[in-house]
Design a protein around this ligand. Sequence first.
Ligand SMILES: [Zn+2]
Length: 66
Amino acid sequence: MNCLICKQGQTAPGHAAVMLQRDACTVIIKGAPAQVCDNCGEYSLDEESAAAVLARAEGAVENGAE
Ligand SMILES: [Zn+2]
């Protein structure tokens, strides 16, 4: 599909480093499955991978990761 950010690139399935902030913690999930734009590099997560990423982030926060 067309990229929602630059409206010029095409998104394709790929992997992105997703950064989430929760309270005082910043959690970076590397290699999260995402739709990645081939033009600007912006990514978007579909609902399923967003849920999976959030679950991993919650686990990381509980383990005290930064
Ligand atoms: Zn784009």
